[in-house]
Ligand binder design. Structure first.
Ligand code: PA5
Ligand code: MN
Length: 182
């Protein structure tokens, strides 16, 4: 096991921009074929951005990351992350919402389900075994800081196949509504 040197990162609490990061990816609508109930009208819609302070993927290390989930819908379904289980089912995660409004959908492989509300200052615990997907239900970027064990791993395939227990859509009253998975 390697020993990390201490390091600090400056995070803009409004925009989520980190002063330094080692990993960064963008997800566009074209990267999420099959995730939304409707096909997006274009492949180049920027849905979210991810920034990470990378550390060795070893027990005892903790990953810090920022997600900037943009506002918008695809045929009334709010922009969301892909969502995943941690491949290591013992690994949890904590989200701190810095900006915006949204929903954190969770589920377990045993069929337990939950949804928590993101608003600035909300700190949400995702227990071990909980798949998690963030959804932006507001009209500004949803900015999330998260911490998870560096040996968590990611299982995207299960969610790509089974989806989440609910979709978050804009209801007839203009408000976010959870509808059961079709
Ligand atoms: O650590 C996490 O679980 C999050 O930061 C997510 O990775 C991030 O929100 C992007 O979602 P996903 O990894 O499901 O594409
Ligand atoms: Mn995670």
């Amino acid at each position: 096991m390697s020993i990390q040197r201490p390091f600090a990162t400056q995070i803009d609490l409004r925009t989520g921009l980190m002063s330094a990061y080692e990993r960064h990816f963008l997800r566009h609508s074209g990267d999420m074929a099959g995730y939304y109930r409707a096909e997006p009208q274009a492949d180049d819609l920027l849905i979210y951005e991810y920034f990470e302070r990378e550390v060795p993927a070893e027990q005892g290390e903790i990953v810090q990351n920022i997600t900037i989930l943009h506002p918008g819908t695809i045929d009334g379904e709010y922009y969301m992350t892909k969502g995943h289980y941690h491949a290591n089912g013992c690994c949890s995660e904590v989200y701190l919402c810095l900006r915006g409004r949204g929903t954190l959908l969770m589920q377990t492989r045993d069929g337990e389900t939950d949804a928590q509300e993101y608003r600035p200052g909300a700190s949400i615990y995702v227990p071990p075994g909980g798949a998690h997907r963030s959804v932006n239900t507001g009209d500004e970027p949803l900015v999330l800081f998260a911490l998870y064990p560096a040996d968590s791993g990611h299982d995207y395939g299960s969610i790509a196949e089974e989806g989440f227990w609910a979709r978050v859509i804009r209801g007839a009253d203009g408000q976010p509504t959870l509808v059961p998975r079709d």
